[in-house]
Design a protein around this ligand. Structure first.
Ligand SMILES: Cc1cc2nc3c(=O)[nH]c(=O)nc-3n(C[C@H](O)[C@H](O)[C@H](O)COP(=O)(O)OP(=O)(O)OC[C@H]3O[C@@H](n4cnc5c(N)ncnc54)[C@H](O)[C@@H]3O)c2cc1C
Length: 384
């Protein structure tokens, strides 16, 4: 099955890249610089009354689906947050992913419980937020050596989910700051390191709690957890519109392993042909779309499906899957820090895992412990 093999193949490739980086003394990468895409800019930090009656501020660095889900679940508990993002809410992988969800495809892996919990939450959340794009799908694998069926999955438009969660959070007092996070600011002289805030486009923003959720961009995270280096796997994707609403996701093998997810608006999301894992140097919001990769996806689809032969291409895009060095998400309290949390590295299942991840992170931040699902397998302690 494409996604299983994809993840296993990527894991081997990631291990090889991390080994090469370690041997070559890898120590970071180029900072992102300014650009304007989705989102507004104003530098206020949302405040809420803490249990002691003091004003508290929560800064979420990165407005992908993971940061937005944390903000949403905090808002459900009455806590406002400020999201800082260089390119806007859901402007990178979270707005450009396939939006395919499966309950049991991570069985036997560290994300099994998280996947099951999150899959169930998607159905509930789709109802709560009135998401029109959520629906159940059948799945099929098409291989040179035969055809096999997979248990059914589900599909939604990830952008619709992100926008709906963010609207809820904004309506409950959260706000957005558009800018590039450059540095973490520390209080001097603590044994347990305490972050006072961050530097955004050269200006300091103070904060009581900081959450690092910048997907594959790992430079700022490495200031807090030096051994947690991140990699990205670049994918291109196209939307092809045939007008017919189909009900089956198809995973090809032997043809560059393209994957096709039909949407309920007559568009079909097609992705495949990943670049090798790499330290991401492209700037968020300015990731290059290579025409030859899009043409490859389109031609392959035209070859394998009569449905796609006449389809109109409506979108060409690219983005990065975020990976840690062991391909397991990194989520929890940052070691040796008092008030810093991290949530990243969700690989090819970040849309699926977003809801249970955001809820568990909100519990950890507010109650000191995640109770809805265990975050133990993802503890950043493993990076020292
Ligand atoms: C082609 C493709 C298809 C996919 N399909 C699926 C699918 O079908 N199902 C599924 O479950 N998952 C899928 N995924 C995976 C999923 O999209 C990701 O795991 C998920 O979006 C990661 O979310 P994130 O919030 O961690 O990162 P991102 O979405 O990358 O968000 C990180 C954010 O941080 C911001 N940022 C980074 N550095 C800075 C900085 N210094 N200052 C300010 N802002 C910064 C960026 O602008 C960005 O908005 C797919 C991914 C790809 C690439």
């Amino acid at each position: 099955m494409g996604r299983h093999r994809l993840c296993f193949g990527l894991r081997l490739a990631l291990e090889a890249v991390f080994l090469t980086l370690t041997l070559s003394g890898f120590a970071g990468f180029v900072s992102p610089h300014s650009a304007q895409l989705r989102g507004r800019r104003h530098m206020e930090v949302a405040r809420h009354a803490g249990p002691d009656g003091d004003d508290k501020t929560v800064l979420i660095l990165g407005g992908g689906i993971i940061g937005v889900s944390i903000s949403y679940h905090l808002a459900q508990r009455g806590v406002k947050s400020t999201i800082v993002d260089r390119a806007g809410i859901a402007s990178c992988a979270s707005g450009k992913a396939g939006g395919f969800l499966a309950r049991n495809w991570n069985a036997g892996t560290p994300t099994d419980e998280l996947s099951q919990k999150s899959f169930d939450m998607h159905e509930e959340t789709a109802k709560e937020l009135s998401l029109s794009s959520y629906r159940r799908l059948k799945c099929q694998s098409v291989a040179v050596d035969g055809t096999g069926a997979k248990p059914a999955g589900a599909k939604l438009k990830n952008l619709e989910l992100c926008d709906a969660m963010w609207s809820y959070s904004e309506q409950h007092g959260s706000n957005f700051v558009k800018g590039t996070v450059e540095n973490l600011c520390y209080e001097d002289g603590d044994s347990e390191r305490h972050i006072r805030g961050v530097v955004v486009d050269g200006q300091k923003m103070a904060s009581d709690v900081v959450i690092l959720s910048m997907g594959p961009w790992g430079e700022v995270l490495q200031q807090a957890v030096p051994a947690c280096s991140m990699l990205g796997v670049k994918y291109h994707s196209v939307l092809m519109r045939s007008g017919r609403v189909l009900n089956e996701a198809v995973f090809f093998s032997g043809l560059g392993d393209p994957e096709v997810y039909p949407r309920n608006d007559g568009n079909h999301y097609v992705t495949g042909f990943p670049d090798p894992p790499q330290v991401v140097k492209e700037i968020p919001g300015e990731v290059e779309v290579r025409e030859e990769m899009c043409s490859r996806l389109i031609k392959t689809m035209q070859q394998v499906s009569s449905e796609m032969a006449e389809a109109e291409v409506t979108t060409k895009q690219s983005c990065y899957l975020p990976f840690t060095r062991d391909s397991v998400p990194c989520m929890g309290k940052v070691p040796k820090h008092e008030n810093v949390f991290v949530a990243t590295g969700h690989g090819c299942w970040g849309i699926l895992l977003s809801l249970a991840s955001g809820k568990a992170m909100s519990e950890l931040i507010l109650d000191g412990e995640a109770t809805s699902v265990s975050l133990e397998p993802f503890d950043p302690k493993r990076f020292g």
